[in-house]
Design a protein around this ligand. Structure first.
Ligand code: ASP
Length: 449
């Protein structure tokens, strides 16, 4: 509490209040209740920081008339948790939870007020006892990390572990994962696990698991319900479908994107409908056709060539950025172009003179064998480089349009390069619709769904 003003420290001390206590604060006509948090170094010394029930922090200015009361003490330090011995019940599917970290596996750190990754897979299972009623479940630790720190090497390791678990009889897999880059991982696993015979779902949460507003339990329960009943075989994401705790959407791994920084229903299917809507109580409404298990052999293709980049086109773009990749001998670049697949390549006045350099650089790079793909920074809609002359010029310079989210295009490019002998082989794979990543047709309803 030492970062608070002397006045606040004195008042807290006099009432025996510590960080983590639930307190009430009356300031003039307003009353606030929440968990007393330490003051952040950058915050106002004279504001009392409370974590309110929504999970957000507020600062209440401390003035002469401000009153506080202690409602309850800090939550008791947690008892060591123990899971009962794994005892699969006949008639229920056997599934494995592979844990990789993220907010779903985190709690609030009372020292800093931040969210820290600290829950074990066992603790997650124990905090959602409903799961064991739906499926036979075993939890295993893979990583304990934020998803923004993941590298393609983690995707390959994940794919390898899923492959082993499925070969050993798992009938479904849940991967607990941070939400920030969950859609990159879902795309990577979709490509790496070819002809998956079971459902594999990434599940995360936007609010840490120890908060009343956490979406963790409902997301996990819906994933378990879906896995327990479905004949879908493939990789997907199961996350809240609305702001309430009522249902989740099941999204296909290559057609999904995190569309909001903080809402619990942040994930949306892109250009196709979600596969299904899953009610918290277990009801399933399928919204479209989906992939089922078939006779093709289940194979692991976990290669990934990291000498690739995802580059956003914007006004004022300087092509020196691309020259750097050329110098570093990169194998491919996904351009996240404007709208239908555009980039600043037209010269019309003194400001735009340097645009020619971008076009020349793109041409030189592709002539030298670098694969340059064009996705769009618009999440929805086709990339069509035949509508405007800009698109046509870019195609003449060797840029190839792709029909998928820029994240999925980035992952597919690295995967194609990592699983081919040479650029020609990668180009061949890039032309194929490997796991249905190119939608047969764009469903316009997806935009409003
Ligand atoms: N930054 C976190 C992560 O992606 C956020 C989350 O888990 O939702 O790991």
């Amino acid at each position: 509490m030492e970062n608070y003003s002397a006045q606040i420290q004195k008042a807290l001390k006099a009432r025996g209040m510590k960080a983590g206590d639930m307190i009430g604060v009356q300031r003039e006509k307003d009353y606030y209740e929440g968990m007393l948090m330490p003051r952040f170094e950058t915050g106002d010394q004279n504001c009392i920081v409370l974590k309110i029930s929504s999970g957000y922090n507020i600062g209440v200015e401390f003035t002469r008339g401000t009153r506080f009361k202690k409602i309850s003490g800090q939550p008791k330090s947690r008892q060591p948790l123990k899971l009962e011995k794994y005892n699969p019940e006949p008639g229920k599917k056997n599934i494995v939870i592979l844990h990789t970290g993220g907010t779903i596996a985190s709690r609030i750190d009372y020292e800093t007020g931040g969210v820290i990754a600290s829950m074990t897979p066992e603790e997650i299972l124990l905090s959602v006892p409903e799961l064991a009623q739906i499926v036979n479940i075993r939890a295993k630790m893979l990583f304990q990390m934020w998803s923004e720190d993941m590298e393609p090497g983690h995707w390959s390791l994940m794919a390898e572990r899923i492959f082993e678990e499925v070969k050993n009889g798992a009938q479904g897999i849940i991967i607990t994962h941070g939400t920030d880059t969950m859609h990159y991982t879902s795309a990577a696993l979709s490509f790496m696990l070819q002809n998956l015979p079971v459902p594999v779902f990434l599940v995360g949460s936007q609010r840490s698991s120890d908060r009343g507003s956490s979406d963790a339990a409902v997301n996990l329960i819906c994933a378990a319900h879906f896995i327990s009943k479905t004949d879908f075989a493939g990789v997907g994401i199961c996350m809240h479908g609305s702001m309430d705790d009522d249902f989740c959407f099941v999204h296909e791994g290559t057609h999904v994107k995190k569309m909001h920084t903080s809402r619990r229903d942040a994930f949306r299917s892109i250009d196709v409908l979600p596969i299904a809507k899953v009610m918290k109580e277990g009801g399933i409404e399928y919204l479209r056709d989906y992939r089922k298990r078939d006779d093709r052999p289940f194979t692991l293709k976990k290669g990934f060539d990291s000498r690739i980049a995802l580059v956003k086109m914007h006004n004022g773009f300087n092509c020196k950025v691309l020259e750097l990749f050329e110098k570093e001998k990169y194998k491919g670049i996904v351009l996240e172009g404007m709208a239908l697949g555009h980039a600043p390549v037209n010269v019309l006045d003194k400001f735009t003179k340097h645009h020619k350099k971008l076009l020349d650089t793109l041409k030189r790079l592709t002539d030298d064998g670098m694969i340059i793909l064009m996705a769009s920074q618009c999440p929805y809609g086709v990339v069509n480089m035949n509508v405007y002359s800009t698109g046509r010029i870019l195609q003449q310079a060797g840029v190839t349009p792709v029909e998928m989210t820029s994240e999925c295009a980035y992952v597919k490019l690295g995967w194609a390069l990592g699983n081919s002998k040479d650029a020609l082989g990668a180009e061949k794979l890039l032309k194929e619709n490997v796991v249905g990543e190119v939608p047969e047709r764009i469903d316009l309803r997806a935009f409003l769904y």
